[in-house]
Design a protein around this ligand. Structure first.
Ligand SMILES: [Mn+2]
Length: 317
């Protein structure tokens, strides 16, 4: 029997406490098969089979949901937040949580189709997909769901270029993902920010530039430079790999790289990208809680998504 005496698990029983089952920002759950309207739809893609080194990002959506509930007051869903920086109440939007995709081990082509179809369904509902990976390979089937869209610029925040064409026959791993994305007819450019891995290959850098993309390593970024390198007035998809952050603030990931971005730098990239463009979708990938400490990686990732929502829904005084 539930406290309301009905025996039915109502709103009081789901996602409203920081200690029980969580949805992202306490958003109501929504099935892709049902009718609903929302501004933003959170979708978990617990897929880490394309990882070359340390798997574990399949637990990323759960970790992000668990820490995100702290941003909502006890007992209510998402209502935005007071932003000290702008002295405004921002981020208020209608958000739903579509749960996690049910994936099948070793059937990656099936899984990729399910990802594309699910994100297309979210777009069909008129909502902006906010996708939590999973390893970075998922960004390709997610972006494939935008087929027929006006040309999209991808703002790619990452320690790794992920532009390898073919790694001993592997073409859809998480290290190939930006190469595959650039091949999509509706993607016109990739702006890669934070790239610094010592395993970056010259031929991949040259191919990336030859294809009309841009690379901005951490040592080139200053507060003004960040604003100057971002696209303006474009349809933009943001692909945010948590390993773009420095391992000191985001250790919980499969392939950390020293010398990374600060929280403030990524916040600026996300917020200014959202303000200057028509953002059509956002993903956050490679959060791997098994390597995390004190939930710091999930916390920084979830709060940066909140800051992106704050910039997208600029709110009221
Ligand atoms: Mn990466």
């Amino acid at each position: 029997m539930t406290p309301d005496g009905t025996g039915q698990p109502g709103a009081q029983a789901l996602g409203l406490s920081p200690f029980g089952p969580a949805t992202f920002l306490k958003a109501p759950q929504a099935s892709l098969a049902d009718p609903w309207t929302a501004d933003v739809a959170f979708l978990g893609i617990p897929f880490d089979q394309a990882t070359g080194f340390r798997p574990g990002s399949r637990w990323g959506p759960k970790a992000l949901r668990d820490i995100s509930v702290r941003m909502s007051a006890m007992g209510i869903g998402w209502a935005g937040y007071y932003d000290l920086r702008s002295d405004r109440h921002i981020g208020q939007c209608r958000i739903v949580d579509c749960g996690d995709l049910e994936l099948l081990p070793l059937l990656w082509e099936h899984d990729f189709r399910l990802m594309t179809d699910s994100v297309a369904a979210i777009r069909g509902h008129g909502a902006m997909p906010l996708v939590a990976g999973g390893d970075h390979s998922i960004s390709y089937p997610v972006l494939a769901a935008f087929a027929g869209h006006e040309p999209i610029t991808v703002v790619h925040i990452d320690a790794h270029l992920d532009y390898r064409d073919d790694a001993a026959g592997v073409r859809y791993g998480h290290g190939n993902v930006m190469r595959r994305i650039r091949e999509l007819p509706h993607v016109e450019k990739i702006v890669s920010i934070g790239i610094r891995s010592l395993r970056t290959r010259r031929e991949d850098v040259e191919a990336h530039r030859r294809d009309g993309n841009e690379i901005h390593p951490p040592w080139t970024l200053r507060p003004r430079a960040i604003e100057d390198i971002l696209p303006k007035g474009k349809a933009v998809y943001v692909s945010f790999d948590i390993d773009s952050l420095d391992p000191a603030v985001a250790p919980g990931t499969g392939t950390p790289e020293p010398g990374g971005l600060s929280y403030e730098q990524v916040r600026t990239i996300l917020a200014e990208t959202c303000r200057r463009n028509r953002v059509v979708g956002i993903d956050l990938v490679e959060v791997a809680p098994v390597f995390d400490y004190a939930q710091v990686t999930a916390l920084n990732g979830a709060m940066l998504l909140v800051e992106a929502l704050g910039a997208l829904f600029g709110g009221r005084e």
